[in-house]
Design a binder for this molecule. Structure first.
Ligand SMILES: Cc1cc2nc3c(=O)[nH]c(=O)nc-3n(C[C@H](O)[C@H](O)[C@H](O)COP(=O)(O)O)c2cc1C
Length: 385
């Protein structure tokens, strides 16, 4: 197996097989099937919402590369008059800087420094992007999901239902066939905002937002909450997960916020925190009726995908690893998404296949009807607590 992996890693540097999950299944008897927001996808690796899903060209490239899914840039909700209560998040900023971010124990990860926030163009243009995503989804080429930042009130205030209704109805109209899938973003800049100073206020959002979106949608809808890393301790992070029981899925967790520099950041501090909280979350008794989980944060190897999967994540969303200097990828040809997939799946030491085979050798993952299955990793985590 090891020799085969090395051979594949080498020959796929120029080009991944068109249907690499089928190749993996045929050659290694490994079933990479994963799940995002209730939809089965051929493997667990998708693109997180952000600057890499702003136009149909990027989506086309992702479909060609073989990504499992892509979440569109977060749009700021509006009502039928165009009013956006969260307008402070619809600001324009183009410059991104990919840089090293040191963490404890001498580890230097990567982060993208960027001062922007949500979608800053007209909503009509976002809806055109949703329609392009719908066509790719219907064609079975790439599952595409919109992301929204809806109004979040202070404790004493009501939700602006008009913004929920109008925005969701427009998305449903663009998507047409049920169910509508939506991710609701709780961003790091929100975590850093005075709005998120109050724990009770945050917990109310998490309890009420899925209900608000369901009530607003003219067609059946599945809701993922992309939880922020709040500026409180790990125990509160778990409380946030428990408060989100009304969602269909949770994306765990968006980037950390550096208040001094006033930027969001990732790297090892982010994955340390996320994995620590996810591990706590799985302790027996702490998880009544949990929604499905998707991991995000500092994923730059198959091994890191396994860390999230073994804590219950059914898929993962990446951003930074699709933005590295070309010299960081072993592949010599293809888009960054393609080169990233090559490393994440086939790296002979740190790739997903190498990691799953190693778990099998250690007796931590068993074949079912002759196959190792990615989705068994999380099921095992839940059983084991
Ligand atoms: C430049 C940039 C912009 C982002 N914009 C959004 C966004 O609009 N909405 C959102 O939910 N997440 C956004 N994210 C978060 C990513 O989707 C991802 O969850 C996060 O960066 C952690 O993954 P990573 O360590 O692979 O980058 C953004 C991240 C970056 C780096």
């Amino acid at each position: 197996m090891r020799a085969k992996l090395e051979r594949d890693f080498d020959r796929f540097k120029r080009e991944l097989p068109r249907d690499f999950p089928a190749h993996v299944r045929g050659s290694y008897r490994i079933d990479l099937t994963a799940r995002y927001l209730g939809e089965l996808v051929p493997h667990p690796i998708g693109k997180g919402s952000g600057q890499l899903s702003l136009n149909p060209g990027q989506l086309e490239d992702d479909a060609a590369a073989g990504l499992a899914f892509a979440v569109l840039k977060t749009v700021i909700a509006e009502d039928e008059t165009g009013t956006q209560t969260m307008a402070a998040w619809a600001i324009h900023e183009t410059k991104m800087k990919v840089e090293r971010r040191p963490a404890g124990a001498g580890r230097a990860g990567w982060t993208v420094s960027w001062k922007g926030r949500g979608w800053d163009r007209p909503f009509a243009e976002y809806l055109a992007l949703v329609r392009a995503g719908r066509d790719l989804t219907r064609g079975g080429r790439l599952l595409v999901v919109p992301s929204v930042k809806y109004h979040l009130p202070r404790l004493a205030e009501p939700f602006r239902e008009g913004e929920y209704r109008y925005t969701t109805a427009q998305l449903a109209d663009a998507w047409r066939e049920p169910p509508l899938l939506v991710e609701k973003d709780f961003s790091p800049t929100l975590a850093g905002d005075a709005l998120a100073d109050d724990r009770a206020q945050i917990l109310r959002w998490l309890e009420d937002v899925p209900r608000q979106i369901r009530a607003a949608s003219p067609i059946p809808v599945r809701v993922a909450l992309k939880l922020m890393n709040a500026r409180f301790d790990d125990a509160f992070q778990v409380e946030m997960m428990n408060a989100s029981a009304g969602a269909d899925a949770l994306v765990c967790f968006n980037r950390l916020f550096d208040a001094e520099r006033s930027v969001a950041y990732g790297g090892w501090d982010l994955s340390d925190r996320n994995l620590r909280v996810l591990a706590t979350h799985l302790t027996p008794g702490a998880t009544p009726g949990v929604p499905a989980l998707t991991g995000t944060g500092n994923i730059g190897s198959g091994r890191m995908i396994l860390e999230y999967a073994r804590r219950g994540c059914e898929s993962v969303q990446l951003h930074t690893f699709f933005q590295l200097p070309l010299s960081e990828y072993a592949a010599t040809h293809g888009s960054r998404a393609q080169r990233a997939l090559h490393a994440l799946v086939f790296h002979p030491r740190d790739g997903l296949l190498a990691g799953m085979l190693e778990l099998e050798a250690r007796g931590a993952l068993e074949r079912q009807s002759g196959e190792l299955r990615f989705l068994d990793l999380g099921a095992r985590a839940h059983r084991a607590g």
